[in-house]
Unconditional design. Structure first.
Lengths: 461, 461
């Protein structure tokens, strides 16, 4: 079981490849060693709790034990959450359950529940989902690290009302995932005797997928939570070195940072060539964007822009831009060695050239050839890329990948000179929202919001 | 029925807003008039077929009539297609069918079929979907403008074999959408008497959603194809002016181009604040990226990078980067006036501050306040944005939006000095793929691919 990282196409070696000069990579070794020391110091000071999750058997047991008791009781599990509370569960579902899981029959799902994630407050989506559910067979998992996220509280208020109207007890159909001691959800849990699992105080939302935030929906829907954690533990050990080219998280972070800051490659594409890894890209986008898109202490705005892609699909969409557009991107491929269940392309219409060459190959072979062809074509045109290869997409490798990108992001924070753990830029929008909804204590924000320039009819068409 | 575009927050008016100087907008009027003339000339020369689709009643009738005859025959419709053949149907499904459509029961869907889109060749996805379907009640729609798209041909070969194994006649379970005269699919249709609908030769894949590419899945699943076309027709008429500030497609294109080329705002975020419009962003990404990401005749690589976002969800993901990261982005919001089916947030736990302020508001109100708060916060921090507001999300407005962005893209081609209708950058990867699969006539490509620098163990970890 392993994940390899091949950065050959991202380094300008002597044979004429485009990329980061070897000397620049060598020159960054000391800088990386400092980043790794900083991570160790932060960890020692207790602020990088996600690194401790694989060793926290008691916390993992919270999810596994709750799921064991819930087995057979629910046909639908609905996660209420947004941002880090939703993206991890979505990535896990896409990676580890069959495609179209929620559209399958109970028999096809072998009795495991469907897994829905409500990651927005759009009334149309929430109304349609609630109308389609049998509430008596539904468990709502309300996830908020702070315990007070506005969108999630609004969803919860709607759900608790529907449950009450249906005569169903809250504590039988709701479970919270939140801070062990603080916040509104914890207070409600204590008062109403609603089961509540913990997000450790030192684990931030976007770093929380290996806590009950991700593990509870995983366990509830039949994924192997222990294997996820074993993969994460293995990767944490592997990345416990300040030797740059032995540390995949470090190499990923340093090369992205060099590409951005020395070559203007400020757009970092993550492009899985597996449908199962499609939503890992969305999870990564949050992690990379919200952690590194910051104002430095000196006042400079920095941070790469991550964008999601999917192979081979995006060869018919974004790849034209990657091949010929501005030299402002890196592409990181995600793939696996082979396929668990490949499909041979049957021979038919062999006299027609556009079909004849395909016969006898497999769909998986086609997908893999396309990945190598795209990487090769990018290299030929002087466009750098790198490739992560997983043995396979399973719980172990997904856990390892979550840990790898989490660690890489902490290194990125040091390299970019920003705090990867906060998100001060979203505060202003929250204040304006609270002010407009009449929440007490936001008079100043209301006044500021009302004083913003109004829409100008001259510029409305 | 209307779509308004408010660019107030994208123009630096006298009251101190950040954005494009008014003089620059005024100065671009002549340039835009030239772009519009160019569009008219291209249209007159016959190469902008998508503009003629709303007036092509016979073509629209192909989809509507086929769907009428198919009513009640199929429980599942599966689109086989990639890129422009898939993104339009996906955007339509998300916009115009209820959330979770494919997971609903037959009764909940009022007998209309489920709508699946296979937009990749991953064997896991295709295998899982085919295993879950009752083929006797399934219609496969095979979409390829050229009639020979490799991924789609591979999917089709698998499907035709499964149908044959089940003893089902191809012509009862397959419909093609392709060029009326050319290509492999047309040849097979003629030989096997498989029904085939037309994509006009002068309508490119990513501009084809208003042809049977989008209209057939729309009609098959119960959407109003005529209303889609009426909205598109209305928008085409509205954009038939070279007066910049009366033309929403022109204003959108010109301001994005000015933001990119005069202010370095090369990343164009499309951020709907409606779940229904979520996949319009993915459709737009293809259109904008593949049309404008090009090498100019003079050799310069140009083109903005579009990225998708979703409000309020991305306030907990990408918005931190948009607020504090580099000044290299514009944000375009999509929203509507109100909500068709809003949900009031019930009063409960009113003594807890994090929930108390929400009671009595509605989910829709919360979503809309968040959109205005985000736009306001961006403006306050000197980050430009603009907002499209639809009266509502329905067939008419979706048709209008497709047409608006299509026209804007043609203007964009003229402004950026590139041909928005081709995609030469993806050719090399295709050649390498054909070569590796042993297709005849690709010996030179094979030799070139094999000569590319190999993976270097020093750079693999």
């Amino acid at each position: 079981m392993a994940i390899t990282l091949d950065v050959t196409n991202l380094v300008a070696t002597a044979d004429g490849r485009t990329g980061i000069p070897v000397a620049a990579v060598e020159g960054a070794r000391a800088r990386f060693a400092a980043a790794h020391s900083h991570l160790e110091a932060q960890h020692a000071s207790g602020i990088l709790g996600f690194l401790d999750l694989p060793g926290n058997a008691a916390l993992t047991a919270q999810s596994v034990d709750f799921a064991a008791k819930a087995t057979g009781r629910y046909r639908d599990v609905v996660v209420l959450g947004i941002g880090g509370s939703a993206l991890g569960p979505i990535a896990l579902r896409t990676a580890l359950k069959p495609a179209g899981w929620n559209a399958m029959s109970d028999a096809q799902r072998a009795g495991w529940p469907r897994l829905h994630v409500l990651d927005n407050v759009d009334p149309r989506t929430i109304g349609a989902l609630l109308a389609s559910l049998d509430l008596a067979g539904t468990l709502f998992m309300v996830t908020s690290k702070s315990g007070g996220t506005g969108e999630t509280m609004a969803q919860f208020l709607v759900v608790q009302d529907r449950l009450a109207s249906a005569g169903l007890a809250l504590r039988d159909h709701v479970v919270f995932v939140t801070d062990p001691a603080k916040g509104a959800l914890r207070a409600i849990a204590n008062r109403e005797k609603i089961p509540a699992l913990d997000v450790p105080p030192n684990v931030g939302g976007r770093f929380s997928v290996l806590s009950p935030v991700g593990l509870l929906p995983a366990a509830l829907s039949g994924m192997d939570a222990h294997a996820i954690m074993a993969g994460a533990a293995d990767m944490a050990t592997r990345c416990n070195t300040d030797d740059l080219l032995k540390n995949p998280a470090g190499t990923f972070a340093v090369l992205q940072w060099l590409a951005d800051t020395t070559q203007g490659r400020r757009i970092h594409v993550l492009m899985p060539y597996r449908d199962t890894l499609r939503d890992m890209a969305a999870w990564f986008v949050q992690l990379w964007a919200e952690s590194l898109g910051k104002i430095q202490p000196g006042g400079a705005s920095v941070g790469p822009t991550p964008i999601p892609a999917l192979g081979a699909t995006d060869q018919h969409s974004q790849v034209q831009l990657f091949m010929e557009g501005p030299q402002d991107k890196t592409v990181t491929f995600l793939t696996t060695i082979g396929h668990d269940a490949d499909v041979t392309i049957p021979k038919a219409f062999a006299d027609i050239e556009e079909l004849g060459y395909l016969a006898g190959h497999s769909l998986g072979e086609l997908l893999d050839v396309e990945q190598r062809a795209t990487a090769g074509a990018l290299a030929k045109r002087g466009r750098p890329s790198m490739t992560f290869t997983l043995d396979t997409v399973d719980a172990w490798h997904i856990g390892a990948l979550f840990m790898l990108f989490g660690i890489a992001t902490v290194y990125g924070g040091h390299l970019y000179g920003v705090n990867p753990l906060d998100q001060p830029g979203v505060e202003l929008g929250k204040q304006y929202t609270f002010a407009k909804l009449g929440r007490a204590g936001y008079d100043a924000a209301r006044a500021e919001f009302e004083s913003l320039p109004k829409s100008d009819p001259r510029w409305v068409l």
